[in-house]
Design a protein around this ligand. Structure first.
Ligand code: MLT
Length: 320
């Protein structure tokens, strides 16, 4: 494409509805971020129509692959998270190359996680909860959104940190929205899920919460401040936050990528989006966060990939 054609491409962009592909079931934490972002970001793209399409399966890698193979015209984008860095450590065969098959548009936010349990669990404090799990090894199950999902990674890290003799039985779902239904119903016992999906359930008393996965407690959040961090509970160095980012297929024209990055960065500064995310415990990336640039985002994911590989290699026995 010549420069003139490129410039024209950017001018008329978007020329049709934009699709945000969410690689998990509707209603879960990733879907929540994507829908809230779409509502704001469209204002910075001439009020374009943005549709959210849920393409679940295989811990998010099916949806990611769908975008990797999509037409590189900027109208099909991926909204995903730490799974972009975690999946390669857990899948022997990957359908795409994370660092080569995508254009990195920028980081969206950082979302803390909560260790939560079914309402029937007899424990009410983290200490009781950990003792109960230890005393009932082999009898309790953990729900997650598939190998390489944030909920799977957190479950693996937590079991490794508390050194369970036997790894918990796990049940994989197409997202933590369906998993949450089963936690509320008592079919599954435990889950580690993002505050974007647990805050309202905790507030409504439909699930029990025991701890947050961030290094420090979330003391400025009206609901989540009541729970200790796992580090405070003795799991030293435990510190997990789920970042979300946006991706386009490799080969999307640069002027279109720049236009999308601008619209993303404008959305991150939008008080309405920031507030909605904050209410769910999520921290929108600050304007000066270098991860909101394509280069910074890609470098960050590459560094996360190495970190997570080391964690999974050490905690492999819990990665069933
Ligand atoms: C996960 O990785 O656990 C996903 O975020 C779950 C989801 O978004 O449904």
């Amino acid at each position: 494409l010549s420069t003139v054609a490129f410039a024209a491409a950017a001018q008329e962009f978007p020329s049709k509805p934009i699709t945000f592909v969410v690689p998990f079931a509707a209603g879960g934490p990733t879907d929540t971020v994507a829908r809230q972002l779409a509502e704001t970001m469209r204002k910075h793209l001439n009020n374009a129509t943005i549709v959210v399409e849920n393409a679940a399966g295989a811990g998010g890698t099916i949806g990611a692959n769908k975008v990797a193979r999509a037409a590189p015209d900027g109208h099909t984008l991926l909204v995903w998270h730490i799974g972009m860095a975690a999946a390669p450590a857990l899948y022997r065969k990957m359908p795409y190359k994370p660092l080569e098959d995508f254009e990195y548009l920028g980081i969206i936010n950082d979302v803390p996680m909560t260790l939560v349990g079914k309402p029937q669990l007899p424990s009410n404090t983290y200490r009781d909860f950990e003792n109960y799990i230890r005393a009932n090894q082999g009898k309790l199950n953990l729900g997650h959104a598939g190998l390489g999902s944030a909920s799977h990674l957190c479950g693996l890290m937590w079991q490794y940190a508390v050194k369970l003799d036997k790894s918990m039985a796990t049940i994989a779902y197409r997202g933590t929205a369906p998993a949450m239904n089963d936690l509320i119903g008592g079919t599954i016992d435990v889950m580690c899920d993002q505050t974007t999906n647990t805050t309202q359930q905790i507030e409504g008393g439909r699930i029990k919460a025991f701890a947050v996965t961030t290094a420090k407690p979330l003391s400025d959040h009206p609901i989540l401040r009541h729970y200790p961090s796992l580090q405070e509970m003795g799991l030293k160095d435990f510190n997990l936050t789920i970042w979300h980012g946006m991706y386009a297929p490799k080969g999307t024209p640069t002027p279109v990528l720049n236009r999308l990055n601008e619209a993303l960065r404008a959305s991150l500064r939008d008080p309405d989006f920031v507030q909605k995310q904050k209410a769910l415990g999520a921290i929108v990336a600050a304007p000066n966060d270098k991860r909101v640039t394509p280069e910074g985002h890609k470098a960050f994911v590459a560094s996360e990939m190495a970190k997570i590989k080391a964690v999974v290699d050490a905690a492999g026995q819990y990665a069933d």
